[in-house]
Design a protein around this ligand. Structure first.
Ligand SMILES: *Cc1c(COP(=O)(O)O)cnc(C)c1O
Length: 374
């Protein structure tokens, strides 16, 4: 909610007075398919190992944590080397409380009033939000009707605007569509030619077949890949995100991070999760096949699902307002996301049982809205 009237005694920045706090509704007792979380709880073996590890850390909480999260970054470097085929070390990694904090750290380091940031919308709305909070001017480039980026238009725009920061989310949120590595390379080249930083938000990379933009790092020093453990790692509650880049970018992040930003508990929990990577990621294949099942069900009732490379689907084709359809799902106990995009709603892929419930509600809503229309 936007506060219509802030108290007179609060010296809030005038440019923040009309902003609403970011966030989707958190409602209990419903099937929550609205924030792209992984629906599966941590495997029992990980719970046991993490509990043991954390109990050792707890007695040492009188001390500040490792400010540089050395061991966690070493483990993240190992994970990235293994999964993307690009050999990186802890010097190439910075970690923080979720990739949102990583994004903020980058904006603080390279944004600001004189430095334009540019993205291609519709995309992740936190990018322009952090731009605004850090007083970084934001230019919204467009995507095509199928949510792809027209590369020659985009390159022209980058050369015209000379942004300091260029953002591409792939697979994109909220569309689920991926940008090919060949296209990313062209955009990286264009961004480099105007002296900008090319930031690829790969929050959903583990659900996609496209190579990671880490493969561009050898040729393009200004590429920054932003990742999170919130989605494929099923670790949203622990708040762990990171970036992969040249050491100079990490050194810049060291300037704008808060001292001791990543608690000893978070570091230990994330290190343990990484030791159990195969167990933590064991449901990815299932989520991908469930995604295809849900997409087919959406198309079956006469709606249209946008082909997705992530763990969610954007869909359209329903009659009436997205907010009315959103409410119709909630009335049936299913919480999905109205992302404020005309004619579209987004649903996260849940467990098989949750997806069954979504599909049942979908069938009933499509049938009743067709009746109304007749
Ligand atoms: C979910 C998401 C993130 C942020 O996740 P954190 O939980 O802060 O790590 C970043 N980018 C995109 C595109 C996302 O969808």
């Amino acid at each position: 909610m936007v506060q219509s009237q802030w108290p007179y005694w609060l010296p809030l920045r005038s440019d923040l007075r009309n902003i609403s706090p970011y966030g989707a509704p958190q409602i209990t007792g419903v099937v929550a398919l609205n924030t792209n979380e992984n629906p599966f709880p941590l495997p029992q073996e990980v719970v046991i190992a993490m509990t043991e590890r954390l109990s050792q850390v707890i007695s040492g909480l009188n001390r500040y944590p490792d400010r540089d999260a050395t061991e966690l970054r070493r483990k993240l470097a190992h994970y990235i080397s293994q999964t993307t085929g690009v050999e990186v070390t802890s010097e190439n990694i910075w970690a923080a409380n979720g990739s949102n904090e990583i994004l903020q750290t980058l904006f603080l380091a390279c944004g600001g009033a004189e430095n334009l940031a540019l993205g291609f919308v519709p995309s992740y709305t936190v990018h322009p939000l952090i731009a605004q909070i850090t007083k970084t001017p934001w230019f919204a480039g467009s995507r095509d009707a199928d949510f792809g980026i027209d590369i020659s238009k985009a390159k022209k725009l980058i050369r015209e605007k000379s942004p300091h920061l260029v953002f591409v989310t792939t697979p994109n949120n909220p569309s689920g569509t991926a940008t090919s590595i060949a296209d990313l390379k062209e955009l990286a080249e264009a961004t480099g030619s105007v002296g900008g930083l090319f930031i690829v938000d790969e929050a959903y990379a583990e659900f996609s077949d496209e190579p990671s933009a880490t493969t561009l790092l050898a040729d393009f020093p200004h590429v920054v890949v932003v990742r999170t453990m919130s989605k494929a790692f099923a670790f949203a509650g622990a708040r762990t995100g990171y970036l992969v880049a040249k050491p100079a970018v990490v050194n810049a992040a060291l300037i704008t991070r808060l001292p001791y930003h990543l608690s000893a508990l978070t570091q230990a929990a994330a290190e343990t999760a990484l030791e159990f990577t195969p167990a933590m990621q064991s449901e990815i294949e299932l989520l991908i096949s469930e995604r295809e099942r849900v997409a087919a069900a959406i198309n079956e009732v006469g709606y249209r699902a946008v082909p997705s490379s992530a763990n969610f689907l954007l869909f359209s084709g329903f009659k009436g307002d997205p907010s009315a359809i959103w409410q119709a799902f909630l009335d049936r106990g299913i919480l999905i996301r109205d992302i404020g995009l005309r004619g579209f709603l987004r649903v996260t892929i849940g467990s098989q049982h949750e997806n069954d419930q979504f599909i049942a509600a979908l069938g009933s809503i499509a049938a009743s809205s067709n009746e109304i229309a007749e």
